[in-house]
Ligand binder design. Structure first.
Ligand SMILES: C[C@H](O)[C@H](O)[C@H]1CNC2=NC(N)=NC(=O)C2=N1
Length: 101
């Protein structure tokens, strides 16, 4: 069930498959560095479209040439669920095309 809270071990196992992603409190998080400010803003727009497609939304922080995401599942009382990792996987898939590291 994608909205069931994951156990600490399940979270750790999934994070091992997502280099750069970490558990920050009760959220999974990743910070990207982009070639330019505009590239970072463009990636934020792309992520917003993915999030609307998945109906699952992270907190996005746009910096000078950085983009930081953190996410958990409100519908699961703020726990980390499969939906958070589904979003993380989708963002990882588009990151290289944006020049995100
Ligand atoms: C009503 C709407 O479908 C829900 O509020 C969606 C929207 N986006 C969401 N985003 C996140 N991170 N968690 C949710 O539980 C969630 N639920």
């Amino acid at each position: 069930m994608p909205t069931e809270p994951l156990s600490q071990k399940e979270i750790e196992d999934r994070l091992r498959e997502l280099p750069g992603w970490t558990l920050e409190g009760d959220r999974i998080a990743r910070a990207y560095r982009l070639p330019t400010h505009f590239a970072a803003a463009a990636m934020a727009v792309h992520i917003a479209r993915i999030q609307d497609e998945l109906n699952h939304h992270s907190d996005l922080t746009l910096g000078y040439n950085t983009l930081a995401l953190s996410v958990n599942s409100h519908d699961a009382g703020g726990a980390v669920t499969e939906k958070d990792f589904d979003l993380a996987q989708r963002v990882e898939q588009i990151a290289p095309a944006h020049g995100a590291r």
